[in-house]
Design a protein around this ligand. Structure first.
Ligand SMILES: [Zn+2]
Length: 417
């Protein structure tokens, strides 16, 4: 069987035929070139308007990289024709294997993009002896195709989240679809201002926004403002994950402050290395940690009292009726306000202020349990780290859509990986 025969099985192009296949002597890595010819009497297609036009002239041969096989690089060799288009002028013809001025064939770009969902971009570049930039361009192509072809109908529930990226206070706003049957990243915006989320709603469109029934978010004021303005009809839920993050942060602050005070006063460092004891969920503690925690609880420390308040707050989520959940919330807030632990009081004040939104959690009947947003949040952080080599916002955005967007891919006759 000839290579040409295999190519005709896995990657056939209408109006073009495969010609000679040559081993390239003296190349730094084993390389094969495959000639492509236009079918006799076929007229070239204008790359701008897509109409068949008469030929104008022929350019010199170009190489387009195809999917490697057996550790051998494969290139298509083709001399593109130019068309004389009455509408667009003299243009290069459209070649079905390559988009625009890309030197990678589309099949190869989809192949690299596919691997880039499983490995880091750097790993893909090394594995297939290509450049980081080629991997990036391939993922970019896959994302723009996928975003142009994705179905955005029937979205009823969305979650708004933010992640910190790079160093300092730089944030990205992420919007997910969190319906039971479809969970994916929909949109990414730089920063976390009101303007940022307004851009999402503009992209999403008024009609689709009208169909939204549930929106989950954090207590971040710019988000609350925009959601109330743009989607006041939907049930707005402050989700469990974000609330618990606020409580954990408060405890961390109390612990750091108290540990410092104790150290300054020369006390036994009871609070050193207790950070994870206090932040972990009780059910995740090892037995050794449990013993240490039990020891710690004997001291009347602010950190411990804060910890116990947080632990008690977990009960809030187990309520079914919004009324009784509200009663619990009020009692918890009163108790916390009397605790004299400033960071905890701050959280209690915010919870009180957003009482109605908090109770919407129960009106939505816990349908959007925190696991969804939390899971996405973790994956998003991982993806931006994977794309770190590039350090631009754009690369992070592309990486996030690729990893979490559940984007469609075109149907092909052969799957290369
Ligand atoms: Zn044209």
């Amino acid at each position: 069987m000839q290579l040409k025969t295999i190519l005709n099985r896995v990657q056939k192009y209408k109006s073009f035929v495969y010609g000679g296949v040559y081993w390239v002597e003296g190349a730094s890595v084993p390389t094969v070139e495959v000639e492509l010819h236009a079918r006799r009497n076929s007229r070239p297609v204008c790359s701008v308007c897509g109409h068949r036009r008469s030929g104008y002239d022929r350019l010199t041969k170009r190489r387009f990289e195809f999917i490697p096989m057996w550790g051998i690089k494969v290139f298509f060799l083709y001399a593109p024709r130019r068309v004389d288009c009455p509408e667009c002028g003299v243009r290069v013809e459209r070649m079905p294997w390559a988009a625009g001025k890309h030197r990678l064939t589309e099949s190869y770009a989809w192949f690299l993009a596919g691997w880039a969902r499983r490995l880091s971009w750097q790993e893909v570049a090394v594995a297939f002896r290509t450049s980081w930039d080629h991997v990036f361009r391939s993922v970019e192509m896959a994302v723009s195709w996928g975003r142009a072809h994705q179905d955005l109908s029937g979205i009823e529930a969305i979650g708004v989240d933010e992640i910190q990226w790079q160093r300092g206070h730089k944030y990205l706003t992420l919007v997910y679809q969190i319906d039971a049957d479809c969970r994916r990243l929909l949109w990414v915006g730089s920063s976390r201002k009101a303007k940022t989320l307004l851009r999402f709603f503009r992209w999403f469109g008024r009609e689709r926004t009208q169909e939204l029934r549930y929106i989950c978010s954090d207590m971040w004021r710019p988000y609350l403002k925009v959601i109330a303005k743009k989607a006041g009809h939907a049930l707005h839920i402050l989700d469990r994950f974000h609330i618990m993050v606020h409580l954990s942060k408060a405890i961390d602050e109390v612990r750091a402050q108290e540990a410092k005070e104790l150290k300054d006063k020369g006390y036994d460092p009871v609070l050193t290395k207790t950070r994870w004891l206090l932040l972990k969920r009780p059910e995740n503690l090892t037995s050794n940690q449990e013993t240490r925690l039990a020891d710690l609880v004997q001291y009347n420390l602010r950190s411990i009292r804060g910890y116990l308040l947080k632990d008690e707050f977990q009960l809030f989520w187990s309520y079914i009726s919004p009324y009784w959940a509200g009663q619990f919330l009020d009692k918890w807030c009163t108790k916390t306000m009397r605790s004299k632990i400033e960071p905890m009081k701050k959280v209690a004040r915010r919870l009180r202020k957003h009482r109605p939104l908090l109770l919407n959690w129960f009106r939505a009947k816990g349908q959007f349990f925190s696991g969804i947003v939390e899971g996405f949040n973790n994956k998003a952080k991982l993806s931006t780290r994977k794309a770190y080599g590039f350090k631009t916002y754009y690369a992070a955005e592309i990486a996030l859509h690729h990893a979490l967007g559940a984007l469609p891919v075109p149907k092909t006759t052969h799957i290369f990986f």
